[in-house]
Ligand binder design. Sequence first.
Ligand SMILES: [Zn+2]
Length: 572
Amino acid sequence: MLSPEYYDQCADVILEQYAALEDAIISSMIQKLLKHGFMTSSAKHQAEMLQEAGLLYTDILQLIANQTDATANHVKTLFEDSGVEVVEFDNKTHKKAGLSPVDIRQSDSMRQTIEAGCRKTYGQMWNLTKTLAITTQKEYINACNNAYMQISSGAFSYNDAITNAVKNAAVGGLDVKYPSGNVAKLEVAIRRAVLTGVRQTCTEISRENAVECGCYLMEITAHSGSRPEHEKWQGQLATLTGRNAGKIIDGMKVYTLHEIGYGEVDGFCGANCHHDWDPYYEGISTPNYTKEELDEMNAANIEYKGKMYTEYQISQMQRYRERHIRELKRQTAKAQDIVDFTDNPELKATAQANYQATAARLKRAEQGLKDFCKATGRDREKSREQVLGFSHSEAQRAVHAAKNYANNKLTFETKGGIIRPYEIKLPREDRKRIIARGISEEKPIFAVDTEINKFASYVKNIPKKKDFYDVALHGAPTSAEFFGERIDAYTLANIIRNRKDYVKGGKIRLLSCSTGNTESTGNCMAQILANELGVEVEAPTQTLWVNEDGSFFVSSNKFSIDGYMKIFYPRE
Ligand SMILES: [Zn+2]
């Protein structure tokens, strides 16, 4: 068997990835809401909204696709690891009984069991995740329609209506839809799919391994808070062959696989069942639990604020607090989204105030949970409080990259007969102001730290690369962000060309997310910059992840490395 702690933590990395995905999707939805024109006729509102909903749908599929390979690898690793783990654990018992069990890596049938379990689980996760595009699109349309009604009826100001819409969007997380039509929260559904899949695969491997060894008895684990139908056979024995069914061995009753519902959705190891089993040899093994221990399991023996609770009840109280913390984190992130993406100063100010208020509530809730755990002797499970991966803006940057193509309308301007791809037309004064500021900044780092994103500070710590001139700013495949304003490669070239510390003809290293990504566009910031300046430009093909110490990597996600620094040579 695998320990409860193992199960508790084994899905964490996968869940973190989904938390980041969820965050990116919510962010994408909020940006659409902020852009929507609410001061129009009903017909225009409807038409625009449906068009935006279509774009949102595409964005979400793109975000999901970006994550797919990395997730598949993690799921595969998890299944392989837990298979090896369970066999190693069980083999101690088989060896004690004088047997020499097989090595899992040499057993075809066990490998097939792992592969089948992994495929099935991943298939379920994928089917669930795909439904996000539809459920989120619906959510967006609802939020948009509600806000429109509130604004057009005069019941709410634009400011209040949008603030509410964002606050209420995806409360408790995004929804996924099961084939049955049932709806669940993404994180709950993924956690359930992974844990059930691992558990079923491992108990099956455990069974196969026992059969190979000629062991016909399995001892079922017991835990408090078991569902009543499982209570009668927990801590008892199961017979794999039918031998000795109904007998009492070492004080434990022997149940058949049919009786414990092995393979049934509501039976042993079915959905949400936390039971497991170990091989048991009569005359060699000793029971894991005494009768008293089994009775004790459902006793209310934990005190909290003067009242007694069972361990199960206490764990449920902890789960409730964790959910609350996740929701507050989500609300903080959403407020930050408005701050980042709205042009409306009033809305921005409201969001800023909301951000601070929610952040304060979050701090209190975290302290509350800490106190609760201390009082009840429980461990905090940080991963269950996690909702945003680690940094919200990191996920935002992923959104930027994914939606860049849709946003960046290709603008053509013939200047001396040259078509300038991905030029962003700015009013002359704005362009002049940006270039002037770019030239006068002490260092070519065109971003500032925010509370949750310290890119600007961290990027300073990246070790210099010989013969390269570093330029740092937030970026996307065909545009970059100059202190929060979107600029094109031509403006950036103009700034670099005119900076005193840049030696003409010097190579450039662009420390800017995805500016070397040509996947959806065939062109990118780095290439255009190379053309404009006539020099080599090195740039990341995916998001640039910079750590505080200046170490960095290039990847579409935090958990694997699928990108690199690519060199672009001038073409024209
Ligand atoms: Zn159970």
